[in-house]
Design a protein around this ligand. Sequence first.
Ligand SMILES: *[C@@H]1O[C@H](CO)[C@@H](O)[C@H](O)[C@H]1NC(C)=O
Ligand SMILES: *[C@@H]1O[C@H](CO)[C@@H](O)[C@H](O)[C@H]1NC(C)=O
Ligand SMILES: *[C@@H]1O[C@H](CO)[C@@H](O)[C@H](O)[C@H]1NC(C)=O
Ligand SMILES: *[C@@H]1O[C@H](CO)[C@@H](O)[C@H](O)[C@H]1NC(C)=O
Ligand SMILES: *[C@@H]1O[C@H](CO)[C@@H](O)[C@H](O)[C@H]1NC(C)=O
Length: 407
Amino acid sequence: MCFSAVFVFLGILFCALCRCLECPFGCECFAVIRTVKCVSKDLLTAPENIPGYARTVIITGNNIHQIGPSSFTEPENITNIILSNNRLTEMASHTFSSLVNLRFLDLSGNQLALIHPEALSIPGSPLQELNLSQSLYNFTALTDLTTALRWGGLAGLLRLDLSGNKLALLPPGMFSHLPNLQQLFLTNNSLVAVYSGTFSGMNHLEVLDLTHNTFSTFRTDALLELDKLGDIRILLGNNPYTCSCEINEFVAWLNKSRAKVDVDAVRCASPGTLTDARLRGLSIQDIGCVVPVLAEVADLTLQTSYVFLGLVLGLVGMVFLFVLYLNRKGMKKWINEMRDACRDVLEGYHYRYEIDSDPRLGHISADSRRAQRQSGISLSQQLPSDTSVAPTKTQVRQLTISPPVNL
Ligand SMILES: *[C@@H]1O[C@H](CO)[C@@H](O)[C@H](O)[C@H]1NC(C)=O
Ligand SMILES: *[C@@H]1O[C@H](CO)[C@@H](O)[C@H](O)[C@H]1NC(C)=O
Ligand SMILES: *[C@@H]1O[C@H](CO)[C@@H](O)[C@H](O)[C@H]1NC(C)=O
Ligand SMILES: *[C@@H]1O[C@H](CO)[C@@H](O)[C@H](O)[C@H]1NC(C)=O
Ligand SMILES: *[C@@H]1O[C@H](CO)[C@@H](O)[C@H](O)[C@H]1NC(C)=O
């Protein structure tokens, strides 16, 4: 009797312990770190009876097509749910409604085709981070999501990742019901344009990531829309920018924008001559815009000044030649005098050399010298005929001076 009572007691205790340590099929439970993991177990439905202590639930790499309100019932302590890569296609209404403390929801790597308008509604708007990277099946899913964001009351959402969804177009005002959003990731999509109203209603945005899309430029309305976001961090790199004249306004915006832009990654994809050139700092001439009137005027004044310089130089040259012409007689005289002086000096040396070498040949050399001089006259034909015969003053002077030098 006593023994059976003890057994019953132990049995109850064991069962209670069992319930407490219970872990859903296909999952691993870590009570100490309050985490439940159900990784790559080919589960077809979300696990039931997740332990009450769990804060973080990781269900990835399974085959769960549909989740709904019955998927997560009891645990109100869950703050993080990771549901990535589960081939999810459908998210029913109020799926997470019971998770009033849910802050982090990762739905990345799924193929959501059907998102109920109230799929993300949770009383008290606890959600802070939502990862929908590579999880939208097609454009219909995006419109569904837009509705779900509007109806979900996600006033507390701070971070939203919509990267890798092949998005080509963002519905206007898509984020207008996320007033406290701080970080928006739209990288690795196919966006071609930002329109007026695309980012309306976001007054606390700090980071906007538009890298790895298909923007070829940003037009006036897009730039105004980006300006409205203030001096936030805007990532625009790795887009196929076409650096033709139409990109002029975007370059000017990059030149002066208050926003912190990743300007080093904002580069031309075409044309060939500008491939990989940084957009910021490009001039309107670089991108082949028609040279504005002002620059043309500047060019014209430059040309005019060259012509003027040429004229002045020509005039100076002409005046110089004219002066030379007026002084032609004086010049002639001067040239003759110079030539005579030069010749006399040379002859003086010649004479002295002959006298030094052999005094007896003095008169012969004088004769030959006269002959030489006469032949020189016939060549130049400029000296008066009498100078050739009679020795000039300088010659006489040299003849008289040279003997004392030789003494
Ligand atoms: C949630 O956590 C609190 C405190 O850790 C605990 O007292 C409570 O029992 C937990 N809820 C459930 C359903 O286990
Ligand atoms: C969202 O999930 C993807 C894939 O798991 C990851 O690469 C990315 O960093 C996540 N986004 C954020 C903002 O953490
Ligand atoms: C998106 O996929 C769903 C489900 O396959 C389909 O009903 C819908 O027509 C598709 N939408 C578009 C725009 O292709
Ligand atoms: C970009 O998104 C596509 C799907 O749209 C994906 O296959 C690819 O891995 C993503 N690339 C990066 C770098 O995340
Ligand atoms: C951008 O700035 C550079 C100088 O940093 C200037 O030469 C260029 O003309 C500017 N481009 C435009 C389009 O304003």
